[in-house]
Design a protein around this ligand. Structure first.
Ligand code: NAD
Length: 320
């Protein structure tokens, strides 16, 4: 089973259904990546901040060594963490991340959040997280997004990234990026589920030829693992009567409906699971169509609730 692909504005084809790597424990990460490749996944969505890029690289290396795939069959995505936004820090950290993955280019490299933090040397702490001292102190850098984007463009020039993109940008930062970019962002990765539909942002990006990738397609479910009160108090989308009814009508699971709702709007999705049978189910979510009645019912579910806010990670009680 293979995912359909979307042609990016950089000319490269990106799988529409990929595999997310956030919160994949180091102990099982290499096996998870290897099993996901076996299940048919070709896109992997990683990040420095996930703290598991070395293990991801081990999973990829094993699959390549065993002849399951070649490097060029894979589409490997990673992200620049906020402490590396200063212009002279972008290329060195990208090279380190590539070394962790045991590859020599990323298919797509994203600015993880539109916020620059003061540099923390990897020898002090890696991944560095939000806090300068590793405890509670947030120190902002004065580097602008435009400056960081210039350094991202140089990664493409140097062959270290084939495509570059942005994540967690809102409309105004997207508009600005369109003005200052020499190389346009190929993708915009955002939180996107029926409780946070963001139609204006999605339309803006798609109209400008930027492919949108949805993360946390299952809404609160992905954040329960963090014990986040906001997520625990929201009704799980997979238990929603509306989603369950649509799922049973099409003979699919609620998870497949949530993924198909996004891919039918032209977005890419990157669900995460450790279980091989669920991997297959999520990958096999593009072979049916929701009808206009289904789409209207899901449109009515928008609550504009965001779970992945930076302030969640550095407010006094860390998560709310
Ligand atoms: P997700 O929406 O993929 O949900 C994951 C949870 O859903 C897990 O608990 C998993 O066990 C469960 N699940 C998955 N498939 C299921 C199925 N078919 N049936 C029942 N349960 C199922 O959560 P996520 O990890 O928040 O997001 C996915 C990926 O998006 C991440 O791994 C990461 O790669 C990316 N992401 C990016 C950002 C960013 O800032 N750019 C932020 C969050 C996530």
């Amino acid at each position: 089973m293979a995912s359909p692909t979307i042609k990016l504005n950089s000319g490269y084809e990106m799988p529409q259904v990929g595999f997310g790597l956030w919160k994949v424990d180091n102990a099982v990460c290499a096996d998870t990546v290897y099993n996901a490749i076996k299940a048919g996944y070709r896109l992997f969505d990683g990040a420095c901040d996930y703290g598991n890029e070395k293990e991801c690289g081990e999973g990829v290396a094993r699959a390549i060594k065993e002849g399951l795939v070649k490097r060029e069959d894979l589409f490997i995505v990673s992200k620049l963490w906020q402490t590396f936004h200063d212009v002279d820090k972008v290329e060195p950290i990208t090279r380190r991340q590539l070394a962790d993955w045991q590859i020599d280019y990323f298919d797509l490299f994203l600015i993880h959040f539109p916020a620059a933090l003061e540099y923390v040397d990897p020898s002090v702490r890696y991944p560095p997280g939000w806090f300068y001292d590793g405890e509670s102190e947030v120190r902002w850098s004065k580097t602008t997004l435009q400056q960081t984007w210039g350094a991202m463009e140089k990664l493409v020039d140097a062959g270290l990234a084939r495509s570059i993109g942005i994540s967690n940008y809102q409309a105004q930062s997207v508009y600005e990026a369109l003005i200052y970019s020499r190389i346009r962002p190929a993708t915009l990765q955002i939180e996107h589920h029926p409780y946070l539909q963001q139609p204006d942002l999605v339309n803006l990006a798609q109209k400008e030829g930027i492919t949108v990738t949805a993360y946390s397609s299952f809404g609160p479910t992905g954040f329960m693992e963090l014990d986040m009160p906001r997520a625990k108090s929201a009704a799980p989308l997979m238990d929603s009567p509306v989603i369950k009814e649509i799922a049973s009508k099409h003979g699919k699971t609620p998870a497949q409906v949530l993924l198909r709702w996004a891919t039918q709007r032209g977005l890419a999705v990157i669900p995460k699971t450790n279980r091989p049978e669920i991997m297959a189910q999520n990958l096999d979510s593009v072979n049916f169509n929701l009808d206009s009645g289904d789409l209207a019912k899901i449109a009515d579910m928008d609550l504009n609730i965001r779970f992945n806010k930076p302030t969640n990670y550095f407010s006094a009680d860390k998560l709310y």
